[in-house]
Design a protein around this ligand. Structure first.
Ligand SMILES: N[C@@H](CCC(=O)N[C@@H](CS)C(=O)NCC(=O)O)C(=O)O
Length: 88
């Protein structure tokens, strides 16, 4: 998510969970307590993949993260799942 934010110079506020108050906020937004979580207004997005798609949809920039072509996007999503589930 940080790479996607930096790539398009999307402004954001980074909150480290070392701060107990930020950890409490994280847990209130996503009870599994995993990060990253993106909050914008009333919107809360979890999971890196969906956060990146959210950024592309709501804060598009010079770099696109998923191809517009649905078939090509499917391949990107498949690779994303492979790396998240089996590599990382
Ligand atoms: N599939 C999730 C993985 C989230 C995840 O496991 N994040 C790690 C950090 S990279 C985490 O929250 N670790 C702390 C924990 O599991 O308590 C995603 O892509 O966002």
């Amino acid at each position: 998510v940080l790479i996607a934010l930096y790539e398009n110079a999307t402004p954001f506020t980074f909150r480290m969970i070392e701060d107990p108050a930020h950890k409490a906020t994280l847990d209130s937004l996503w009870p599994l307590g995993k990060f990253p979580v993106l909050r914008e207004g009333e919107t809360v997005m979890i999971e890196t993949s969906t956060i990146i798609e959210y950024l592309q949809t709501h804060h598009p920039g010079a770099t696109t993260f998923l191809p517009a072509d649905p078939a090509a996007a499917l391949e990107v999503r498949m690779l994303d799942r492979v790396f998240d589930n089996h590599v990382m």
